[in-house]
Each structure stands twice: as C-alpha cells, then as structure tokens.
Design a binder for this molecule. Sequence first.
Ligand code: ADP
Ligand code: MG
Length: 242
Amino acid sequence: MISIQNVNKWYGDFQVLTNCSTEVKKGEVVVVCGPSGSGKSTLIKCVNALEPFQQGDINVDGTSIADKKTNLPKLRSRVGMVFQHFELFPHLTITENLTIAQIKVLGRSKAEAEKKGLALLDRVGLAAHAHKHPGQLSGGQQQRVAIARALAMDPVVMLFDEPTSALDPEMVNEVLDVMVQLAHEGMTMMCVTHEMGFARKVADRVIFMDAGQIVEDCPKEEFFGDINARSERAQQFLAKIL
Ligand code: ADP
Ligand code: MG
C-alpha cells in the first residue's frame, strides 16, 4: 500500500532524510519511533506529499509521488492524516469540520456528508457533540473528531504523527482505543508514536529512526523481543522510554 524507496531529502544544506526505504502492506500497522529531530514527521509528511523530497520515490496504492504527472491533491485526499495538535477548524462546528472536505474535495452532497460524518462521530463516541465547536471539547475529544474527519474521506491509509503527545495523560487512552479499533478493522496505518503499549498491542512492525535514517525496521516480536539484539542507538532510545 505504501512503498518508500531510497528517499533523500534536504532542507537547504541539511540532509533530513537519508536513503529511507520501507514498505507497508495493506492492513499492516507500522509504528515509527525515534528521538526528537530524527525525521519521523518529515518522513510521514512525505508519504502524504505535504513535504517534497529531492531523491527517491514513494508509491501510495500504486500512485507515484515523484511522478510529475501525479495529481497530488487527489492522492492526498486518499491519505488520512492525524496530527499532534488536532488542527480542527476552530470557527466551524464539529459537524462542519467533518463535512467540509467531503463536500469541497469529494463533491458529496451536504446530506450525504453529514450522514457519513455523524456515523463516524458516533463511532468515536461523540455523537452528542455534533453541534459544538472544537474549543468546547477536551483535547482527547478533539483528537477523536480529527480521526473521524480523516476517516470521512474513505482513506486507503491513515498516517498518525504523535496523536497523543499533546494530550493530558488521562485522555491518551480514549484516543489510543480508537486507533486500536481501527487497526483491528484492518486499516493500513503508519503511526509515529512513543506509546509502546500501543505498539505491542497492534503493530505488525516497528521502525526506529535516528538522524534521518531508518536504523531498525523489524517485526514487533523482534523489536521488543531481545533488546540487546537491537542497534546501540535503539537500545539507548528504548532505555529512556520503556
Ligand atoms: P521528528 O518528527 O523526528 O522530531 P522532524 O521530521 O520534525 O523530526 O525534523 C527532523 C529535522 O529536520 C530536525 O532537525 C528539524 O529541526 C529539521 N526540520 C524540520 N522541519 C524543517 C524545516 N521546515 N526547515 C528546516 N529544518 C527543518
Ligand atoms: Mg515529529
């Protein structure tokens, strides 16, 4: 579903991604972890074509991002993205947040978009909040709305960039629970997170990044199995978070 092939990216003179390659199969859940500044957000934004890269290619469901002929807005509409800071539209109601892209990008009717949006809102346990504005919801609730909003576009993959790291601790699980449910339903997911409990529960593979490189890319069982068999850099990182 996602194929990342030898991606190199620079910000000016600074190489932020070096020879990054990996694949995510349909229905697979891949957790990406690594120290701050290691390039995790940049890599995931490249998959969504939110950040350009200078070398290599990324294919999403058979569409090449590097191919100049590719319609990037169309590709982006098929990739769900959930950020650390929710990024809901503050001046719109929850219903409007859930429907605006369905109407403007996918051309759905208002009635159809509302039906879909409200069904998803119900699925994340927030049906009673449809008429409110984002500011009236807790961080955990806003993040669940953000997930519902991404799902409303019928994405082929979902990308998460530290979706729980801006939340108060007591709200982390309500968001992780929604992500676990999605994983169990077979959604293809690439999740930047340091929630290793989540990784242990649903990840098929774990990728560890450091200094712009994919240092480890292995099945969960292997990653959490014998820590001593991991690279030095991964061991140092795991020692801090486990
Ligand atoms: P992570 O998500 O792993 O913390 P990022 O992908 O956000 O890492 O950043 C990787 C590196 O790229 C960091 O050193 C960061 O300072 C740098 N960086 C990120 N965005 C930009 C930018 N727009 N311009 C220049 N450097 C950037
Ligand atoms: Mg980041």
